[in-house]
Design a protein around this ligand. Structure first.
Ligand code: SAM
Length: 282
C-alpha cells in the first residue's frame, strides 16, 4: 500500500491552513466550478452523495441543496484542520451530512454505498490513483456514478500560470518533475486519467475539457493576494521558505498580469477544467 502521508502533512500545514484563512473568497471564486459540476452530476433528491477531498466543504454544501429532503451527503478529507472546518459548518447543510477524516485511497469510507461520488479539485493527489478509484468505486451502489472536476493544462489557466511564474521569478524554480505527479495539475491529461478510471473498473468513462469563468467581486488587489497565497505559488513559497515580502512581490506581479480580467462588476478569470465521468456497472 502506498502512503498519502506526504499529502496529509501538506494539507494540514501552512498551505492547507491558508484554505481556511481564505475560505470565503475561495468559495466565491470556485462557485462557478460547483455550478459546472452540479450541471454534469445531476444530483437527485434522496440520493446519498460522497464528496472526496472536500476541504472546507463548499462543494458538499452546494450538492446538499439538491438532495432535499431525504438525501444525505458524506464529505471526507485527509487533512484534520480542513475536515474540522468543514464539520464546523455542517448545520448549514439542509440534509443529513457527515464529515470524516479519511484517506480516500487506502481506507474504508463510512456511510456507503453511494449513488454518486464527486469532487472539486480533491482527487489529483493520490499516490496510487488506480487503487484510490478502485476503493471509491467499491463504495458506490451498482449503477452509481463518478463525476469529478480537475484542472486542465497550466497554459490557458492564468489562475495557476501567473502566480507560479511570479513565484518562480522571485524565489527560484520548482524541481522538474513528472507532469502527472500527484498535485493540482496531476489530472491535466484526459487520456491518462480516463485510462486510470477504466483500470479502476469504471464503465462508460468519458473525459471532457470545458471553460468556466472564475469570478471575484474585487478589488483586483484582493484577487491577486488570494492567488498568490494558495496553489502553485504556495508550493514555491514552501520550498524556498518565502516570507511576507516574497508574497507581496508575487502579489504585485499577479495583479499586473490579472489587470486585463478586471471589469466594472467583477474580476473575471477564464479557467480550463477537465471533467471526468464513470459508472459502476450494474
Ligand atoms: C485543492 S484542495 C480542494 C478542496 C475542496 N474540494 C475545494 O474545492 O475547496 C484538495 C483537497 O484534497 C484533500 N486530499 C488530498 N489527498 C487526499 C486523500 N488521499 N484522501 C482524502 N482527501 C485528500 C486535501 O486535504 C485537500 O483538502
Amino acid at each position: 500500500m502506498t502512503s498519502n502521508q506526504q499529502q496529509a502533512d501538506y494539507w494540514s500545514s501552512d498551505p492547507g491552513r491558508k484554505w481556511i484563512t481564505f475560505e470565503n473568497e475561495l468559495d466565491i471564486v470556485f462557485e462557478a466550478v460547483n455550478t459546472a459540476l452540479i450541471a454534469r452530476a445531476n444530483p437527485q433528491p434522496g440520493e446519498n452523495v460522497l464528496d472526496i477531498g472536500c476541504g472546507t466543504g463548499a462543494t458538499a454544501r452546494a450538492f446538499a441543496s439538491h438532495l432535499e429532503p431525504t438525501g444525505s451527503i458524506t464529505a471526507l478529507d485527509i487533512s484534520e484542520p480542513l475536515i474540522n472546518q468543514a464539520r464546523s459548518r455542517a448545520d448549514e447543510s439542509p440534509v443529513t451530512s457527515h464529515y470524516h477524516l479519511v484517506d480516500a485511497q487506502n481506507e474504508q469510507i463510512p456511510d456507503a454505498p453511494f449513488d454518486l461520488a464527486t469532487s472539486r479539485f480533491g482527487v489529483m493527489f493520490f499516490s496510487d490513483p488506480v487503487v484510490a478509484f478502485t476503493n471509491i468505486r467499491n463504495h458506490l451502489k451498482p449503477g452509481g456514478r463518478l463525476v469529478i472536476a480537475a484542472w486542465s493544462n497550466i497554459s490557458g489557466n492564468p489562475w495557476f500560470e501567473e502566480p507560479r511564474n511570479g513565484a518562480v521569478n522571485r524565489l527560484g524554480p520548482m524541481d522538474i518533475s513528472d507532469p502527472h505527479a500527484p498535485g493540482p495539475l496531476g489530472f491535466q491529461d484526459i487520456e491518462r486519467v480516463t485510462g486510470i478510471l477504466r483500470d479502476a473498473g469504471f464503465q462508460s468513462v468519458v473525459g471532457e475539457e470545458a471553460e468556466v469563468i472564475l469570478s471575484h467581486p474585487g478589488p483586483l488587489e484582493r484577487v491577486a493576494a488570494l492567488a498568490s497565497n494558495i496553489g502553485p505559488a504556495a508550493r514555491v513559497l514552501k520550498k524556498y521558505q518565502g516570507g511576507p515580502q516574497d508574497i507581496e512581490a508575487i502579489k504585485n506581479y499577479v495583479q499586473d498580469k490579472f489587470s486585463p480580467f478586471e471589469t466594472p462588476e467583477a474580476v473575471l478569470i477564464p479557467a480550463r477544467l477537465n471533467f471526468f465521468f464513470g459508472d459502476n456497472s450494474l
